[in-house]
Design a protein around this ligand. Structure first.
Ligand SMILES: Nc1ncnc2c1ncn2[C@@H]1O[C@H](COP(=O)(O)OP(=O)(O)OP(=O)(O)O)[C@@H](O)[C@H]1O
Ligand SMILES: [Mg+2]
Length: 353
């Protein structure tokens, strides 16, 4: 959708998460499916990326370099994506008009919606089609602050790689969803990617984009709350959250802390759904699919399903994507399938026909 940099041939999808870098490379198969060619995951030290801003570029570019060397990835072309408050995605509606007039109208509209100086953003739009109800054109408007793009492309360049396409997390997520779940009905599905510090919500109807919002909550909050409650260091709290006993503390003892953070996440989801429903004619969400590392949080999927009374499941990035079990461990793939949604969505961009 949003190609803020030039689109080119085959590339590696690189999801620069605030805590975990994930790289994936795919190739089309004869059957018209996709096969995994390479996969790499590299943790970042805390505080290298804070609030979507790359604070320390060198460790991030070193980590990118490491993934490519360790996994022996030869392709140096990279597709990546960004999220957060420097990214504005908005569906607007305009009367049918000539392409020239449209470009002018969109620019004018953009100035109303974009809370930054228009000179500081890169803008892109896509005409989604004529709305049967209103007769107007539905247009998807995307604007990203230029300094954010520069930040993310510079760490890639520092690692000696070439950024060829800049996408938005929400669209990469939707791309991975469409490829794996091949939606045929117009059911409304909420895709929730819950990472370490950001939750990206993308609501779709079939393959139509409806609404997206990024919220500053995620797995990091669980760790922080556990650290405070049990007076633990970061990695100990992280281990306890992941279900390991730490300093004689049984992971079960952390359940109430985990539940209290899940409660905060639920409130944010509720607020987003309320806002979404107040701005569209859709009044029901049929299904929720949760990706990102925090999808593994004990009880999270079950709590979401219970509270919202909506069928909820973990995202499977490898539902339709094949891999050679001699090269990639099946259990590792199954375990990481929710975490890799955005990287897979990005990798798909460069191989889709
Ligand atoms: N088994 C697990 N149980 C609980 N939490 C987990 C588990 N595995 C990973 N996580 C959490 O998932 C988070 C990392 O997820 P992810 O890789 O999606 O984040 P990210 O992409 O780096 O962050 P963001 O998208 O917010 O910038 C961390 O907070 C980590 O503790
Ligand atoms: Mg992420």
């Amino acid at each position: 959708m949003a190609s803020l940099l030039n689109r080119n041939k085959q590339a590696v999808g690189l999801d620069i998460g605030s805590r975990v870098l994930k790289a994936a490379e795919l190739r089309p198969t004869r059957k018209g499916e996709y096969e995994l060619v390479s996969l790499g995951i590299e943790e970042l030290q805390p505080d290298c990326i804070v609030d979507g801003v790359i604070i320390s570029k060198i460790p991030v570019s070193d980590a990118i370099g490491k993934i490519f060397t360790h996994q022996n990835i030869k392709n140096g072309r990279i597709t990546t994506s960004i999220s957060g408050h420097s990214v504005i995605v908005k569906k607007i509606s305009l009367p049918v008009q000539s392409d020239e007039d449209l470009a002018e109208s969109i620019r004018w509209e953009a100035e109303q919606y974009i809370p930054f100086d228009i000179a500081d953003v890169n803008m892109d739009y896509q005409v989604l089609g004529e709305n049967v109800g209103t007769g107007n054109l539905d247009i998807l408007l995307v604007a990203v602050k230029k300094d954010k793009i520069t930040d993310y492309t510079s760490v890639i360049k520092m690692a000696g790689k070439t950024p060829v396409l800049m996408d938005v997390d929400a669209f990469a997520l939707q791309n991975a969803y469409e490829a794996n779940y091949a939606p045929t009905s117009q059911n409304t599905v909420a895709l929730l990617d819950i990472g370490a510090s950001t939750m990206t919500i993308n609501i779709v109807s079939g393959t139509d984009f409806l609404f997206t919002r990024d919220v500053g909550v995620g797995g990091h909050q669980y760790t922080e709350f556990i650290q405070k409650e049990f007076n633990l260091g970061y990695s100990q709290a992280q281990a306890l959250k992941h279900g390991e006993a730490v300093e004689n503390i049984d992971p079960k003892e952390a359940t109430h802390v985990i539940e209290s953070v899940t409660e905060i996440i639920c409130l944010e989801i509720q607020k987003t759904y309320d806002f979404f429903k107040s701005t569209t004619t859709v009044d029901h969400i049929d299904r929720m699919i949760v990706s990102g590392g925090a999808a593994h949080t004990p009880g999270l999927i079950e709590t979401l399903e219970r509270k919202f009374e909506i069928p909820t499941e973990k995202f499977n990035s490898f539902k339709k994507i094949t891999f050679d079990p001699k090269r990639f461990s099946s259990s590792m793939i199954a375990d990481r399938a929710p975490d890799l949604a955005i990287a897979i969505g990005l990798a798909l961009r460069s191989v889709e026909g």
